[in-house]
Write a protein that binds this ligand. Structure first.
Ligand code: SAH
Ligand code: SF4
Ligand code: F3S
Length: 437
């Protein structure tokens, strides 16, 4: 008998990848994925701990499932991901209806855990095991859409003063290169044309490969040799790990797309130092110049935190001027959120919520202007779009340009999975409209 699994994913792309792998691990136990919690025998929340709001959402979401559980006592509820790792048993204390808690490094053990859960027991596993979970997970088989994520590196050793990732994901581990090339080939066989290589610190990748350790650039160049794979991207990178080889790849590897997410977080050296980012604003600006020298049309994306402890108005002005200097195609900005167990949480000089909100609003209005200008500048240009799905209106198809802009055109459903030249005719709020050429 098939049982029904509903998975909801929060947080970063690595969680999206993990959710897919967890669903596949459970498909061996007879679980088939469904789109709504009402139909499920098992609900699995894959959670994010990065900011307080994200973590608290888990509890409100669990509260929403209470009526489902009351109506169906056989419904099982599990929490996976970074909140599971960080809060463990606390989750079961706060929400006794939770049956299962599994961390990001132990989900290959889910089938075993589910056996206990189906018998009405509770299961919790938030170890950092020695073994490589990816070797224990079933090989992926289902056919799929034209784009996919592939986690190549996990964890982080950088310990930025604000960040929980080194604690929730553990130490940096790179997966072996031959495994990744094999998984990439599998993906291509299953219909994928674009792969985004993932890692919390993806450009620190140094996996075992032929002849010794490979860096990310080497992995990308080897992956680019796979026939049928047309596009490669990677995220998220740290400025200090953008080495010469990876910069060069942006200039000479045709399949590597001209888009780079390279967070700087703040523009004042004092704040960068307090964040433990280990580079200055000037270092970052010079780095961007070097990358743009090999790939002038590169679209740059970033992350920013405002209101880090000790950040003054003058420091914040430095962030604004760095944004002016660099020019971003897109960017994500956040109010600093104090996270338990991180060094910054204990610091003096916490910025008031009002001040932080005000800074965030000013930063976002500048970033939105830049995003808008970048998009508007695409009008009249020809791009190549990998079509992924039907658009909102009938007869429309949507896909991504090489610059990761969402582009929709009037065109047939057969475009799905194809890359076609498109002329951009209009810039809208969060997408571009184009015409097939
Ligand atoms: N590994 C990536 C980012 C991972 S978290 C990197 O180093 O760039 C994604 C983003 O969330 C971070 O870039 C940062 O901007 C934001 N972030 C992380 N911790 C935060 C916190 N405590 N408060 C607010 N934003 C945070
Ligand atoms: Fe967090 Fe810093 Fe590691 Fe990124 S590099 S995951 S921000 S500790
Ligand atoms: Fe969130 Fe964990 Fe990713 S904290 S951002 S889901 S690594």
């Amino acid at each position: 008998m098939t049982k029904k699994l509903y998975v909801k994913t929060y947080g970063c792309q690595m969680n999206v990848y993990d959710s897919e792998r967890m669903a596949e691990a459970l498909s061996g136990e007879g679980y088939e994925q469904v789109d709504s919690p009402e139909d499920a025998d098992m609900i699995l929340l894959n959670t994010c701990h990065i900011r307080e709001k994200a973590a608290e959402k888990v509890y409100s979401e669990l509260g929403r499932f209470r009526p489902l559980r009351d109506a169906n006592p056989d419904l099982r509820i599990g929490v996976a991901g970074c909140v599971a790792q960080a809060e463990g048993e606390e989750i079961m204390r706060r929400q006794p209806m939770v049956d299962l808690v599994v961390g990001p490094q132990t989900y290959h053990r889910l089938p075993k855990m589910m056996e206990a859960v189906e018998k009405g027991q509770k299961a919790l596993d938030t170890d950092f095991p020695e073994e490589d979970k990816f070797l224990k997970l079933p090989r992926q088989r289902a056919t799929r859409g034209p784009t996919a994520f592939l986690t190549v590196q996990e964890g982080c050793d950088k310990f930025c003063a604000f960040c929980v990732v080194p604690y929730t994901r553990g130490a940096e581990v790179s997966r072996p290169a031959d495994r990744l090339l094999g998984e990439a080939r599998d993906l291509v066989d299953r219909g994928v044309r674009e792969i985004t290589l993932l890692g919390q610190n993806v450009n620190a990748y140094h996996g075992a490969g032929e002849g010794g350790d490979w860096g990310l650039a080497r992995l990308i160049r080897e992956m680019a040799k796979i026939d049928g794979l047309d596009r490669i991207r990677f995220t998220t990178s740290h400025p200090n790990d953008m080495n010469d080889d990876l910069i060069a790849a942006h200039g000479d590897c045709e399949k590597l797309m001209p888009y780079l997410h390279l967070p700087v977080q703040a523009g004042a050296d004092k704040v960068l130092k307090a964040m433990n980012r280990k580079h200055t604003a000037e270092d970052y600006v010079r780095l961007i110049e070097r990358i743009r020298a090999v790939r002038p049309d590169l679209h740059l994306s970033g992350d920013f935190i405002v209101g880090f402890p000790g950040e003054t108005e003058a420091d914040f002005q430095d962030t604004l001027s760095l944004v002016e200097t660099v020019g971003y195609g897109t960017a994500y900005s956040f109010k600093y959120s104090s996270r338990p167990g991180t060094p910054a949480a204990e610091r003096a000089g916490q910025v008031s919520a009002e001040e932080a909100s005000d800074r965030l609003q000013r930063l976002q209005s500048l970033l939105t202007q830049q995003q808008r200008a970048t998009q508007d500048a695409m009008v009249g240009r020809r791009v190549h779009v990998l079509f992924e799905k039907p658009g909102r209106e009938a007869g429309q198809m949507v896909g991504k340009s090489e610059y990761l802009h969402a582009v929709h055109v009037d065109g047939p459903a057969e475009l799905r999975g194809r890359i076609a030249p498109v002329e951009i005719v209009e810039s809208r709020t969060n997408s571009l409209r184009g015409r097939l050429v």
